[in-house]
Design a binder for this molecule. Structure first.
Ligand code: UDP
Ligand code: MG
Length: 313
């Protein structure tokens, strides 16, 4: 059982002018009712509408608000990262600012968290995304699980303990899939179901390009399997071509060793060798990639210092 004295809520904001006042009102109601000290960290990710002016107005009226303003649009996960860097609470809530993640669910997350967890992820019931988004995201999760054994549950809405925040802060890779990093850190993680609301106003700020970038980052930063694909393909091509070539030699001798089937097999053979070589390069590259990520190599949960030697009786 952990008692949270101070709670930070991190909210990435990109052109959410219509939603901000309502968000602030609902958040304040929830946080005041919780009776803990709290801060609301709004990260303005280079908004081009009136979001920043509205945030500043809210800031002048509410001492709980902190605004971090980016110089330009850096993207959702970088905004969340900045929020984590500056948040001061014992526990930090991450949530989207469009009211799809509902402030009223925070007490439930906190309740589970205080039972002794480090990460409580909100699993969104009845996702309010268009059907093609749900389908794309589900197939991607399925693909990740089947091919790489990686599962990432839930959306952004979650609560993190101070020690998880500190470990995530040590991961400074630039193409980041923050939710994956949080999972990677470990400690006691669990999930609770949360209601997913419709967007309060405006349209999704996640263009198809941004979704694609996130999917690519997820794939490339959590696995080097795609790099090894070349070796596997190359081996397959080599095997097929060698079997084919030997078969022709065996059945027809040198006379039959001509014509387009042989040319095709030879192309396959050379292609196979090239792919295997690319794969070998890939394996070396994978190691470079792993090292340049410069993630900390381990996370220590507890350090029991050695005892001084006991004096002999
Ligand atoms: N957002 C951001 N930077 C971006 C895109 C989005 O900070 O480049 C914010 C946005 O204001 C919202 C959250 O990230 O608070 C999630 O974005 P959105 O609701 O558009 O994504 P969706 O819910 O459609 O996945
Ligand atoms: Mg949204």
């Amino acid at each position: 059982m952990t008692q949270t004295r101070m709670l930070s809520v991190v909210l990435p904001v990109y052109n959410e002018e219509t939603t901000l006042p309502e968000l602030h009102r609902r958040l304040t109601d929830v946080m005041e009712a919780l009776g803990r000290s709290y801060e609301l960290v709004f990260v303005d990710d280079g908004s081009t509408d009136q979001s920043h002016e509205i945030l500043q107005r809210m800031h002048s009226e509410d001492s709980h608000i902190r605004i971090l303003k980016f110089s330009r649009n850096f993207g959702h996960h970088i905004a969340l990262t900045a929020g984590l860097d500056y948040a001061q609470g014992d526990a930090v809530v991450l949530m989207d600012a469009d009211l799809q993640d509902q402030p009223e669910e925070i007490p439930r997350l906190l309740e589970t968290y205080e039972q002794g967890f480090d990460v409580v992820v909100g699993i969104r019931r009845n996702k309010k995304f268009p059907w093609y988004r749900r389908m794309l995201s589900q197939s991607f999760r399925w693909l990740l699980k089947k091919s790489l054994g990686v599962t990432f549950a839930g959306g952004v809405f979650r609560i993190l303990s101070r020690r998880v925040v500190e470990e995530v802060k040590r991961c400074r890779e630039s193409d980041r899939m923050l939710l994956g990093l949080i999972q990677w850190v470990g400690f006691r993680q669990t999930q609770v179901d949360v209601e997913h609301g419709a967007r309060y106003a405006g349209a999704s700020k996640y263009s198809l390009r941004k979704q694609w970038e996130l999917a690519r980052n997820t794939l490339l930063t959590f696995s080097t399997t795609p790099l090894r694909l070349a070796t596997h393909l190359g081996n397959l091509f080599l095997f097929v071509s060698l079997v084919g070539l030997f078969h022709r030699l065996w059945s027809g001798g040198w006379q039959a060793f001509s014509g387009w089937p042989v040319v095709t097999l030879l192309i396959l053979f050379v292609g196979g060798i090239q792919l295997v070589c690319t794969g070998i390069l890939g394996s070396y590259l994978a190691r470079v990639v792993n090292d340049t990520r410069s993630r900390p190599l381990y996370v220590i949960e507890e350090d029991s210092p050695s005892k001084p030697p006991q004096p002999k009786p």
